[in-house]
Design a protein around this ligand. Structure first.
Ligand SMILES: *Cc1c(COP(=O)(O)O)cnc(C)c1O
Length: 418
C-alpha cells in the first residue's frame, strides 16, 4: 500500500487548513486490518466484495477502494451505475457490482466500463441494447427481503434460458440478501438461506446456475461460515463497526471513522438561564457552557439534542440544548479548565492530548496532515478509548450506518494511510 499514491486525497485539508476546527479522521489502516480480520474467518477459496456505496459509507469511496485493492478485495459493491463510474474515473479497475436497478439505457455504458449490473426484475430482452464488450450481470433472488429480485424459480429459469440467446450478455452470478442476519434469533435468516438453496437447486437442475453464488452481508459472514458460499459482501464490519450489538463477534474490529471539533467559546451562565433554540435546556446550577463547531448540517442529528455526550480531555460531557445547524453546546461545568481551541471527540477515538489548546490551528497547513496522522496513530496504538457509533446510534434511535452516511461533505477528511 505504501506505493499507492494517496496525495490529493485529503479533501479540503492541506493548503486550506482546518480553520473551523471540525474534521474527520479516516483510518485506512483500520479498514485494511478489518478486511484481514474478516478474511481470517473465511475459507481461502471464498471471495470478498466490499460495499463502497454511499461514498464508502461516508469514508470516501475512492480512498477506501484503493485500500481494498491493496488488501486484495475481489469486488466492490455500489448502489448505482453513477457510483461505479466515479470509481472507474478515479482509475479503480477492480470488478464492480451495482446492487441497484440500472435502466436499460445504462447497460451499454456499464458494459463498456466493465461494471457488472444486477438483474433486479424481469428483463424484456428486445429492449436490452447491444453491448460490447459483453455485459456482465448477476441475478437477484428475493428470499424474504421483499426489496429486489425474483421470487419464483420459474421466472429465474426462463430469464436465464432466454438470455442464452444473447451472446452479448453474460450472467456471471446469482445472489440474495439477508434481512435479519444480525438478529438474536437466526430463524428468519435460516429460512431465507433455505429458500435461496431451493432456487439454486431448481436452477442447477436445468443446468443454468451462474458461476458466482453469494448471499452474506457482514452479519451473515460473521455469524455462519455455511452462509459464505462463493463470495461474501461486507460493508459495516470493514468500517470497524459490529453489525449489531446483539451477537458476539469472532474477531476484533477497529473503527475507521472519527469526528472531531473545536471549542469556540466557553462561558458561565447562572442557574435558570436557558441554552439554544427553543430553550430546551435550563441550567439548574451555575453552568459552564462550551460551544463547539459541529451541528446537524455536519451529520450530527438534532435528535441527539440533550441526549448524547462527547469527549473533552478524556471526559464525557453532555450535549445541552438543541443541536444547531453548525454548532452545539456542551456542559463542561465539571472540567472548568476547558478553553476555546480545545478538541472535542464527537465520535470515534478519543483525541490525542497534543491536539488541545489550539495546537491544530497553529500548525502550518502543509504540515497538518502528517501531524494529525502521526498523533492519531499513536493514540490508536496506545488504546485511547472510543466513543462508539453504536452507542451514539442507539441514542439517535438509528444504526451506525446512518450516522456514517450522514457525514457531510463539508467536513474535511484526513486519511491515515496504510
Ligand atoms: C450494503 C450491502 C451489503 C453490505 O452490508 P453490511 O451490513 O454493511 O455488511 C451487502 N449486500 C448488499 C446487497 C448491500 O446493499
Amino acid at each position: 500500500m505504501s506505493e499507492v499514491n494517496l496525495i490529493g486525497m485529503n479533501e479540503g485539508v492541506g493548503m486550506s487548513g482546518v480553520y473551523r476546527g471540525t474534521f474527520a479522521v479516516v483510518d485506512l489502516t483500520a479498514i485494511a486490518q478489518n478486511l484481514r480480520a474478516v478474511r481470517s474467518v473465511m475459507n481461502s477459496s471464498v471471495r470478498m466484495l466490499l460495499a463502497v456505496k454511499a461514498n464508502g459509507y461516508g469514508h470516501g469511496a475512492v480512498p477506501v477502494a484503493h485500500t481494498a485493492n491493496a488488501v486484495g478485495v475481489d469486488m466492490l459493491g455500489v448502489a448505482s451505475l453513477e457510483e461505479g463510474l466515479e470509481l472507474r474515473s478515479a482509475g479503480i479497475d477492480t470488478p464492480i457490482l451495482v446492487f441497484g436497478r440500472v435502466p436499460f439505457s445504462g447497460l451499454s455504458t456499464a458494459a463498456k466500463e466493465d461494471i457488472t449490473v444486477t438483474i433486479t426484475s424481469k428483463w424484456n430482452l428486445d429492449e436490452i441494447p447491444a453491448c460490447s464488450p459483453p455485459l456482465k450481470a448477476h441475478v437477484k433472488i428475493d428470499t424474504g427481503m421483499s426489496r429486489l429480485g425474483f421470487r419464483e424459480s420459474d421466472d429465474v429459469i426462463s430469464l436465464l434460458q432466454s438470455i442464452k440467446t444473447r451472446k452479448d450478455v453474460d450472467v456471471t452470478g446469482i445472489f440474495s440478501h439477508f434481512a435479519c442476519a444480525d438478529a438474536v434469533d437466526v430463524a428468519h435468516a435460516d429460512a431465507q438461506f433455505h429458500r435461496f438453496g431451493e432456487v439454486l437447486q431448481k436452477v442447477s437442475d436445468e443446468g443454468l446456475c451462474p458461476p458466482l453464488v453469494h448471499m452474506a452481508n457482514s452479519a451473515g459472514t460473521l455469524r455462519n461460515r455455511a452462509w459464505h458460499l462463493d463470495m461474501v459482501r461486507i460493508g459495516v464490519s470493514a468500517y470497524g463497526l459490529a453489525p449489531s450489538p446483539d451477537f458476539p463477534l469472532p474477531i476484533t474490529l477497529t473503527p475507521a471513522l472519527h469526528l472531531y471539533t473545536t471549542v469556540a467559546r466557553t462561558e458561565w451562565i447562572p442557574a435558570g438561564e436557558t441554552v439554544g433554540y427553543g430553550a430546551t435546556f435550563q441550567a439548574k446550577r451555575p453552568t459552564r457552557v462550551a460551544t463547539v463547531a459541529v451541528g446537524y448540517a455536519d451529520g450530527y442529528f438534532r435528535l441527539l439534542s440533550n441526549r448524547a455526550s462527547v469527549l473533552i480531555k478524556g471526559q464525557r460531557v453532555p450535549v445541552i440544548g438543541n443541536v444547531c445547524m453548525d454548532q452545539m453546546m456542551l456542559d463542561v461545568t465539571d472540567i472548568p479548565e476547558v478553553e476555546p481551541g480545545d478538541i472535542a471527540t464527537v465520535y470515534g477515538r478519543q483525541s490525542p492530548d497534543e491536539w488541545d489548546s489550539g495546537a491544530i490551528q497553529k500548525i502550518n497547513p502543509t504540515d497538518l496532515d502528517s501531524f494529525i496522522c502521526e498523533t492519531f496513530s499513536k493514540a490508536r496504538d496506545a488504546g485511547n478509548p472510543v466513543l462508539s457509533l453504536n452507542e451514539l446510534a442507539e441514542r439517535a434511535e438509528t444504526i451506525s450506518y446512518e450516522i456514517m452516511c450522514a457525514l457531510s461533505p463539508r467536513i474535511p477528511k484526513i486519511y491515515v494511510k496504510v
